[in-house]
Design a protein around this ligand. Structure first.
Ligand code: ARG
Length: 273
């Protein structure tokens, strides 16, 4: 009799504990869903724009003219492009700054809706993300000091110290060069610093930013040859077919109605390659 009463008490206590745990889990999930994982829901915009939904773009500034800082703001071709996509799909735009090698993980984790970061479409990346139609053709170039460089042609890269931004196609490419010691740095600006200090012999990076850096670094130059030809596209989480279609439709519309050309002119001052 005493034992049965005790057991009843225990059962009641377990019931309360279970209920408590469920309530805590539900509250925790609600918090996670809205605060930590905003990409998971169609949430209201806090920008006061009156738009229903927010489009969260992940990017890594320091890649002029595609994305760079103007004071506190992230600006550039990619930003303007996605701003138009947000407009076309009736969303407000929110930008998250994430280091380049963290962009695809952030997309997969649902922290951002898309990546616009001068990101090259590669078969390897396409395994983990969906890519929009391409919006820009780029190339990898070799940047070297103007005087006294030990690298005068692409063949000279063998066995040299090559600086790259971590996780980029330039990084992958440098690793294929025989005997090269690849110096992986968090940002393209760090690569330029190392090259100016001559702690690396050459840098491999995208032609657009390379051209921009050369304009402000008179001691540096670029080898004539392109190492690769590659295409930039917007990355979207695999399975998010609705957003992928909207992005593609928007890019198509922009190419047709002149908005795309206007952006090229604004950021490159000339026609798209
Ligand atoms: N196109 C190269 C890649 O996809 C480099 C991109 C770097 N982009 C940036 N925003 N830092 O790997």
């Amino acid at each position: 009799m005493r034992w049965a009463a005790k057991q009843k008490k225990v059962v009641a206590r377990i019931k309360w504990l279970t209920l408590g745990a469920l309530v805590a889990a539900a509250i925790g999930y609600m918090y996670w869903d809205t605060e930590i994982n905003p990409g998971s829901a169609q949430h209201t915009s806090s920008s006061g724009s009156g738009l229903e939904k927010t489009l969260i773009m992940g990017t890594d500034p320091g890649f002029k003219p595609f994305e760079y800082k103007n004071g506190q703001n992230v600006v550039g071709f990619d930003v303007d492009l996605v701003r138009e996509i947000a407009k076309d799909t009736n969303r407000s735009l929110q930008i998250e700054e994430i280091s380049f090698d963290g962009l695809l993980p952030a997309l997969q984790a649902g922290r951002i809706d898309l990546i616009a970061a001068g990101m090259t479409v590669t078969p390897e990346r396409a395994k983990n993300a969906a890519f929009s139609t391409t919006y820009y053709s780029a190339a990898q170039r070799v940047v070297v000091p103007k005087t006294g460089s030990t690298v005068e042609s692409v063949d000279d890269l063998k066995g040299k110290r090559i600086g790259v931004q971590l996780g980029t196609t330039g990084d992958t490419l440098a690793h294929k060069i025989t005997g090269a010691s690849v110096v992986q740095l968090p940002a393209t600006s760090n690569v330029m610093q190392e090259l100016n200090a001559r702690r690396i012999d050459a840098a491999i990076m995208d032609n657009g930013p390379a051209t921009q850096y050369l304009a402000t670094n008179p001691n540096l130059t670029m080898l004539a040859r392109d190492l690769t030809k590659e295409d930039y596209a917007i990355a979207i989480k695999k399975g998010n077919t609705e957003l992928l279609k909207q992005v593609n439709d928007s890019i198509k519309a922009m190419k047709k109605d002149g908005r795309y050309d206007a952006l090229v002119k604004k950021h490159f001052g000339a026609a798209a390659p």
